[in-house]
Design a protein around this ligand. Structure first.
Ligand code: SF4
Length: 354
């Protein structure tokens, strides 16, 4: 073995050691049924071939418009929904191949924080029972031990433990989300999917909850998949960001690199939707045309071609693959923005249906 080969193998192994969740060509299709006989007449391709590695201790932000498949992706990742095909490896174990008992054990390490702090908490349960439920199910703990752990968890997420004998409706939206977070971290998980965890909250409360998640990540060494529909929400918390469009990842990059110069026209469009308090100069606008196509019948070639201002013949015929366009920067586009020399420093883009 040459020195170079040995070094390459070492680097590959080091990269592998950093990965907590590895997703390989993951697909989730929902059948469309019609008629009295309930015949399958098509499929909604909610997640359509996503490959991604999430590293230990990082926050990976996942963004895209409503219906792009990001929440379904998060759920299939935790096996809350089955996969149509593909693999999800958590610490090198294919979670969709585990039996029920193995999966229940693994659930201790993989948790979810839901979007709706109102709907995700059982209104008939006391807060102490909601937070303590995973401890009762997974750890078989006694009442006293659960109570002590509930007190500890409430303090950790900034809630007053003396209010543990109250019901969820006695708490504000932000406090209810903190209850959801306390429940999610009760079993000391390693990986948490935060599915639009701050989307239903006021902007000021959003930042408090994001700061709490960052604090917990530091203290507990957590890894997050943080799902949101706006890039501005994920910027503060994410190390890397993935942008999803019609069930596919179209760009993956380190957060600041993406904000400095997005490669994919869709990412640039999402960035332009973020209000800028003091725009320094008037910039050229790029208008996206048409509505988002149906995931049951996605366009041929590049899925974004029906709305892309840079569309060319090749885009309609050949599907671009997600590949490295710059070191550490992946994009699925035949003509990424930097190659055209019209990155966001000279062009302002915005999402508009014509
Ligand atoms: Fe636009 Fe073509 Fe790139 Fe698709 S491949 S995003 S249509 S330039």
């Amino acid at each position: 073995m040459t020195m170079e080969t040995a070094e390459t193998l070492e680097t590959t192994q080091a990269d592998r050691n950093r990965v907590l969740v590895e997703i390989e060509d993951l697909k989730k299709y929902f059948p469309i049924h019609k008629g009295l006989l309930h015949r399958t007449v098509g499929q909604v391709k909610a997640v359509d071939g996503v490959t991604l590695s999430i590293r230990k201790g990082e926050t990976f932000g996942l963004v895209g418009e409503s219906g792009c498949g990001k929440s379904t992706f998060g759920r299939v990742l935790l096996r809350l929904q089955s996969a149509t095909s593909g693999k999800v490896l958590f610490k090198d174990r294919d979670i969709h191949a585990l039996n029920a008992k193995e999966m229940q054990k693994l659930r201790e390490e993989m948790q979810i924080i839901f979007q709706d702090p109102f709907g995700s908490l059982n209104p008939r349960f006391l807060v102490k029972d909601i937070i303590g439920e995973p401890l009762r199910i997974h750890r078989n703990m006694s009442g006293k031990k659960i109570d002590a752990r509930v007190v500890e968890l409430m303090e950790l997420v900034g809630l007053d433990p003396s209010r543990r004998n109250r019901y969820p409706h006695e708490f504000s939206g932000g406090q209810r989300q903190r209850i959801g977070i306390a429940r999610a971290i009760a079993l000391n998980p390693q990986f948490i999917v935060a599915d639009e965890a701050v989307s239903a909250l006021d902007v000021s409360v959003q930042s408090q909850v994001i700061n709490l998640l960052m604090k917990l990540q530091k203290e507990m060494g957590l890894t997050f998949l943080f799902i949101a529909h706006g890039l501005n929400v994920v910027r503060h918390i994410s190390d890397r960001i993935g942008v999803m469009y019609l069930g596919k990842l179209v760009e993956v990059a380190e957060t600041e690199a993406m904000f400095a110069a997005p490669l994919h026209p869709y990412t640039a469009a999402l960035l332009s939707a973020i209000p800028k308090p003091t725009p320094k100069k008037k910039l050229e606008r790029i208008v996206l045309q048409g509505d988002v196509p149906s995931p049951a019948n996605p366009p041929a070639g590049c899925r974004f071609h029906t709305r892309c201002p840079f569309v060319q013949d090749k885009c309609r015929e050949q599907e671009p693959q997600l590949e490295e366009k710059l070191p550490g920067r992946l994009a699925a586009c035949h003509y990424p923005l930097l190659e055209k020399g019209n990155g966001p420093s000279t062009v302002q883009v915005s999402i508009h249906a014509k």
